[in-house]
Design a protein around this ligand. Structure first.
Ligand code: ATP
Ligand code: MG
Length: 365
């Protein structure tokens, strides 16, 4: 087990989705949340994820997260991070803006939050990482890098703002050439940094994901990850590519070169996973990515993040499930799993079971 692990010691929720007033004391290792469809299991994971990253995993609007008959949702958690426990708080008023509180005070920025707590989430929608469009894979890398590096978050927001402004200009009847050039300069400078960090991250994830994939599949099937930049090279090449595509960009009304169009390719036994993998293989692939994410965050941050697994074992055959759980048992750290079938969660040790029923969470008998 890793030397240090983050751990939610206590969780309080009020007015959040369908959850009844909640005061939960999770176990230090495996927490199995079981219940019927619609019981509130994913809602509980969403609450934990929100506290972990300050935003929703379903891209949900704030008002949707507040219980229908309430005006505000509040979440609080006591977090063990090795030293003194930290208090995380989040208030979501139906109207007005979200408020984060770290040890009772507003953090100066989201980066301060990211430095205090790290979570890794798998939920069924993440299968689209291997089956869907490239924007999901970029977002996967971007969210990870934001959790690990404050400078990445500011590079990315600089890049995104310049991209938006340039795209707006490109649609003008008579665009200002000097402004276009100035934005291109920002895109080249910040963009090269994004490419560098993302490519390095993919290299770091690759052997870890490969190992996890082999272990979950139980066969010598090779998973490969490759970062695929739209423009090869560094800042200079990016600057040239953007300059060279100016007339094309003007015709199309958007920026056609740059890391906002980069991708990551996954190949399984040398064929593209996106088009050829089975449902179970996609699931094994995305789970391997999550294991690699956890491993990488542990190395870079110096402690094991909290792992949230929503409906993880459906679609995996029994032997894949068994191998996944033995891998999880080795990872260490605190893990929350939801399931409609607790008997499918093939874990015996260090396990605490909770029942979720119509928004009420109770220790299982
Ligand atoms: N703001 C809200 N107020 C009240 N109820 C809500 C709110 N948002 C969602 N719900 C309800 O919460 C219920 C539980 O949703 P959740 O996704 O947590 O179920 P689940 O236990 O994960 O089920 P499944 O096994 O199908 O994944 C849904 O029936 C939904 O209608
Ligand atoms: Mg669910």
């Amino acid at each position: 087990m890793a030397e240090a692990a983050l751990r939610f010691m206590r969780l309080y929720a009020r007015g959040f989705r369908n959850l009844e007033r909640l005061d939960l004391e999770p176990g230090p290792r495996f927490n199995v949340l079981s219940g019927d469809n619609g019981a509130g299991k994913s809602n509980l994971l969403e609450a934990l994820y929100l506290l972990g990253v300050g935003r929703s995993f379903r891209g949900a609007a704030k008002a949707d997260m507040v219980r229908l008959d309430e005006d505000e949702a509040t979440l609080e958690a006591l977090l063990d991070s090795g030293t003194a426990p930290r208090r995380l708080g989040l208030r979501l008023p139906r109207r007005g803006s979200r408020r984060l509180l770290l040890d009772g005070k507003r953090p100066r920025s989201l980066a301060v939050w990211h430095a205090a707590v790290q979570v890794v989430l798998f939920h069924p929608g993440h299968l689209a990482l291997s089956t869907g469009g490239s924007e999901l894979r970029r977002a996967f890398l971007d969210r990870m890098l934001e959790q690990m590096s404050p400078s990445y978050a500011s590079n990315l927001s600089c890049y995104t703002r310049a991209l938006k402004s340039r795209n707006r200009l490109l649609k003008d009847e008579t665009p200002d050439g000097r402004a276009l050039l100035a934005y291109a300069e920002i895109l080249a400078r910040e963009g090269a940094e994004l490419v560098r960090e993302r490519a390095t991250l993919v290299e770091e994830l690759h052997p870890k994901a490969e190992r996890a994939f082999e272990e979950i599949s139980g066969a010598a099937t090779k998973l490969e990850l490759r970062y695929l930049p739209r423009v090869e090279g560094g800042e200079e090449q990016l600057r040239e590519a953007i300059a060279a595509s100016l007339s094309e960009d003007l015709r199309r009304g958007y920026t056609t070169q740059g890391p906002h169009l980069d991708d990551v390719t996954f190949t399984v036994s040398q064929v593209s996973a996106r088009h050829y993998a089975s449902q179970g293989q996609h699931r094994a692939l995305v789970l391997s990515l999550k294991v690699a994410e956890l491993d990488t965050l542990t190395k870079r941050v110096g402690r094991t993040p909290i792992l949230l697994l929503d409906d993880v074992s459906s679609e995996l055959d029994r032997s894949k499930s068994r191998r996944l759980f033995s891998l999880l048992a080795r990872l260490g750290g605190q893990i929350f799993l939801t399931t409609t079938h607790p008997e499918f969660i093939l874990l015996d040790e260090h396990r605490v079971d909770f029942e979720v029923k119509e928004g009420r969470v109770t220790p299982a008998r």
